[in-house]
Design a protein. Sequence first.
Lengths: 353, 211
Amino acid sequence: MTAPAPAPAPADVRSVLPRLLTTLAPYQAAVVRIGTAGTWGAYLLREWGNRRVLYGDRSPWSAELNDRLLADTHAFTALSWSDGRWWFEAVYLLALLSAGAVALGWRTRASTVLFALTVLSLQNRNVFLGDGGDNLVHLMAIYLVFTRCGAVWSLDARRRARRPGRDPAEWGEPRALADALAAMLHNCAMLVIAVQVVLVYATAGWYKVQGSRWQDGTAVFYPLQLDYFTPWPELSGLLGGSLLVTFVLTYGTVVMQVGFPFSLAARRLKNVLLAVMVVEHLAIALLLGLPFFSLAMVSADAVFLPTAFLLAVQGRAAGWWAARRAGRTAGETAGETARPVDAEVEPVGGADG
Amino acid sequence: MSAVRVWSKPARVVLVVAGVGLGACVLAFLGALFLHVAPANSLSKEYRTQVDRLVYPEFEQNWKLFAPDPLQRNVAVDARVQSIGPDGTVVTGDWHGLSAEDWAAIRHDPAPSHRDQNLLRRAWDFYESTHGEGDARAVPGSRGQLAERYLERIALQRIVSAGGRVIQVQLRVTVTAVAPPAWSREQVDTAPHVRELPWWPVQPEDGKGLS
């Protein structure tokens, strides 16, 4: 995630330990937050017209059927509290609003709690609706609750920058201690997110290795022929029509998924694989008609994006924003154009968030 | 945070205890996830109850994306209903292509709905996973029965009865193997295999809340 830690000699351990009490990888946490909440929010908007059939009072998976399943699985859903239409509508709306709040980083901690509860409520209302993307959103929604994903790139961060509190160095011990504990929790959650992504690819890769179709180099051809996954049959046919393309994509997918966890030890290679994975997910989104699945995957992958890259993106965005503002108020604010936006960045180790 | 804070002894105790506790929790959690996704092995069998208790219901992991092999057949579910008119005549309706409707909706949609892409498809998977060989009705109270009721209600929701009260519903499934790629020399039987399920009786309350 961040700079690779040098192998710690005993003396170094003392200097590494205090770092564990600070909020690590705040930019990666922010990208995962924005990506996950954005994906789910976009999905909820997409399904607005179908919401009652999917999760509500018109579902063929009736509340009564679901209650019988829940008695067995004990999964959480606030929708089992009442079968009424208006309770459902309220929860769906709350789900949409909390996704927006999390994506923007508004009252981030409280919003992530609400976000997780609404994601669970909708998904556990009918567990026979989701795909891998829903599964990933479900997990990330829970993990994000424990992170300080609003430390940067959030409305919270902007508010803190405008009204800075006391310098952390001046905090009394109880407050500093609470801050350190929250940071530790954040770091643990970020570790869980990272390992979760590794598990996704390792599982997908290692089980493919055992499949005869992945071995004979034709696996990629078959999903492109399934009626449920071919929104563009002409395009799918074109791609699956080439022996070489199919072979390269089939073997490439397996090599990438199996190799990704090991590439984490080699920064350069990891970044290359990450870029390739994003491209592959974009292709899946289009060809198999799985945009929300792909978005969820890319959002989770983002935990491995290099900080330098994220800072560069921030610099670009800030530059563009400043230029736009300067353009709008042309003349008055001549010298202000490409001002760096450090003010938006800190404080990373803020008290809440 | 530039200067490294000097902690008092009680604060250090709190930090160390919290650090060790959190670390142990994270290790246990990730260990359980690993054992859950790994192939069944000596260790995962030994700790199966503990792992299951942690993973289900909220931390399920389904990452065998198109693995070990991608699906290589198209499964089409059709349904028809039998209704009884006020004068007592029983009419059997035409077959209605439920999956065909889904496919038509997915075609040329850049963001297909879960309603078209997953609802029926996964309901059928649920049915198949709870019914082994044959289509005998499931034991009352079992998951198989839930799957039957679910499919029945999906059919009832989509088929508009021509009039009269629906008394029975029947499903039929057509499985067609995907033909191997043009360049392949493999021979695969791509003839559609049709299987009719028995008629399921429908009670008036079975259609509750569908429209």
